[in-house]
Structures are given as C-alpha cells and as structure tokens.
Design a protein around this ligand. Structure first.
Ligand code: A3P
Length: 300
C-alpha cells in the first residue's frame, strides 16, 4: 500500500500522500496499524499538535495536572524533574510504528498519550470515544522552530527550503492549515471531546489555560488548589535548566535520534521576525488567511 501512494521527495523528508495528508514515509505503516488496531478507553486523553507548536509543553502541563495528587508539583521528586516530558507521555504514532502497542495496553487509566496526526486521520473510536486536546501556534513561529529542530539532524537544511515546504503544504503531516482546521472544526462541533489551545495564549495566561485543560481532562482545579505550582514546574526556564534536558543528556520521545535539549530552544512568540523578511511573513500570513477564511478560526 505504501508504495502505491503518491510520493514527494524534498530536502526535508520523503513524503507519501495518505488520506489527504503528506506523511513521512516511515509514519505510514504505523498510522495504518493505529487506525486499525487502537483500542481506546473512555477516559483516554490524547494530546495532539502539529510539530513544534508546543507539544512538549502541553505534555508537561497535562501530565503535571493529571498526576498532581500522586505527585504534588512542588515536590522535589516529581517525575518531570528527572524525566523529559516525552518520556512521561508516550507518542502513539511512535509506538505503533515500532509495533510496541502492548505498551499502551499496559498504561494505567486514565491514559495520557499524544499524536502529531491530523484529526481526520485519527481512528473513528478515538473521535467518538476519547478527549483530544490540541495546541496550535502562529505558523510563522512554527516554521522557525521546525527549521531549528530539523537542523539538529540536517545541518545543511536551509530556512528557505523549510519555509517553501510549509507554504506548498508538502511538510510532515501537512498541509499545516488542514491539520489545524481538522482540530478547529472538531473543537467547534464537539467542545466536550476536542479542546483547541493556542501556544500564545499559554504564554499570555498559563494559569487560565491550565484550568481550561484540567476541566476538559475531567480533573478541574478547586478554588483552593495551586495552579501556579503546575505552571512553574512546566515553565520553559525551569524545564530547560533541568539536568535531564541539558545538552548531552541523551535522546527522547518520537525523535529518538534527537537530543532532549532540542525540545527547548527559545520558548517565545514572535521569533519569526529574526528569521523572515516582511515579504515572507506576509506571504505565509496570506496563505493561512485564505485557507481559514469563513471557518471562524482566527490566528492571534
Ligand atoms: P522554539 O523553537 O520557538 O523555542 P514541540 O514541543 O511541539 O516540539 O515545540 C517546541 C517549541 O516549544 C520550541 O519552540 C520550544 O522551545 C517550545 N517549548 C518547549 N517547552 C516549552 C515550555 N515549557 N514553555 C514554552 N515553550 C516551550
């Protein structure tokens, strides 16, 4: 089946067009197995994102929130103080790609897992039976973050090539606008099952957005509870400074070959201005404006 799918080779990755999205060739078999075999539980929470839009942060926040009784966020022995968030919340896509689905079966409920697949490619029982929290980000900052990330593995990758791939949709799990819109539409149609968060909103009001996330996950904070402790534990500066996330600390998560420190670069909004010409920024903005027109979605 994989060999029969339309193929696109470019400087970033070898891609196959699968059910309307460009997937890296090595994602396709695992995606098919996930679609066919995943056995959801009603209390599963799936964390979803386009790469480089805040996955690591969302994983940390959701894990710290869900586990706050067993692991008080201020405690010195909290798992997030010794493990990278990708080692606390498994990548479903990765697990199916490596045929290790038994690992998911072994997780205690309620399970927290994540995926980079678009909503349209999630198995039907996930869509009808689980909760899915999505984090989105200004695509201009996503492109910059993606380029820096990919360069860790491909030092000669140019920013221009990365930018063009995003603009023409041929990027992993792209087109990005269709990825974003798939979750946006789900969150509008079924707000109890799909939550849509912005990276920029998390930066602006972390406590308010963690409260939303907790409520959505079915473990709301009481008025007396300390949301700030979760926010502080998961803050960029705290996480980046941890021994486990420092350069040389090994690899994590889906990108097994990627060092853990690669998931913590700047952690700000607006870094695109240091990488793009005003013309490039305007072009990307215009592409997204056109694609999301009439959907009710508005980028910050
Ligand atoms: P930058 O490259 O712009 O710094 P992902 O987790 O989806 O791979 O996204 C990575 C982006 O999120 C990187 O953005 C990274 O620095 C940022 N990030 C990681 N942890 C964060 C945190 N705790 N708070 C804010 N941003 C974070």
């Amino acid at each position: 089946l994989v060999a029969s799918l339309p193929r696109r080779e470019q400087s970033i990755l070898e891609l196959r067009l699968y059910q309307g999205f460009w997937l890296p060739e090595h994602w396709v078999p695992g995606t098919i197995v996930f679609q066919r075999r995943f056995a959801p539980r009603p209390d599963d929470v799936i964390l979803a994102s386009y790469p480089k839009c805040g996955t690591t942060w969302l994983k940390a926040l959701a894990f710290a929130t869900a586990a706050r009784t067993a692991y008080p966020p201020a405690s010195a022995g909290h798992p997030l103080r010794r493990l990278n968030p990708h080692d606390c919340v498994p990548f479903i896509d990765d697990i199916f790609a490596t045929g290790e689905d038994a690992k998911l079966d072994a997780l205690p409920s309620p399970r927290l897992m994540n995926t980079h697949l678009p909503y349209a490619l999630l198995p039907a029982p996930v869509v009808t039976g689980c909760r899915v929290a999505y984090v989105c980000r200004d695509p201009k900052d996503m492109v910059v973050s993606l380029w820096h990330f990919l360069r860790r593995a491909k030092p000669d990758l140019s920013f221009a090539d990365t930018f063009e791939s995003v603009c023409d949709g041929t990027v992993a799990a792209g087109p990005v606008w269709d990825h974003v819109l798939s979750y946006w539409r789900a969150s509008v149609a079924c707000p109890d099952r799909a939550l849509f968060l912005w990276y920029e909103d998390l930066l602006h009001d972390p406590a308010g957005n963690v409260r939303r996330l907790a409520e959505f996950m079915g473990c709301p904070f009481s008025a007396a509870e300390d949301v700030a402790a979760v926010v502080d534990l998961c803050s960029f500066d705290e996480m980046k400074a941890l021994e486990v996330n420092r350069p040389g600390s090994g690899t994590a998560g889906r990108y097994r070959v990627m060092p853990r420190d690669a998931f913590f670069r700047k952690g700000v909004a607006g870094d695109w201005a240091n990488h793009m010409t005003p013309e490039m920024a305007a072009r990307l903005d215009e592409i997204f404006r056109e694609k999301i027109r009439g959907t009710g979605l508005a980028f910050p």
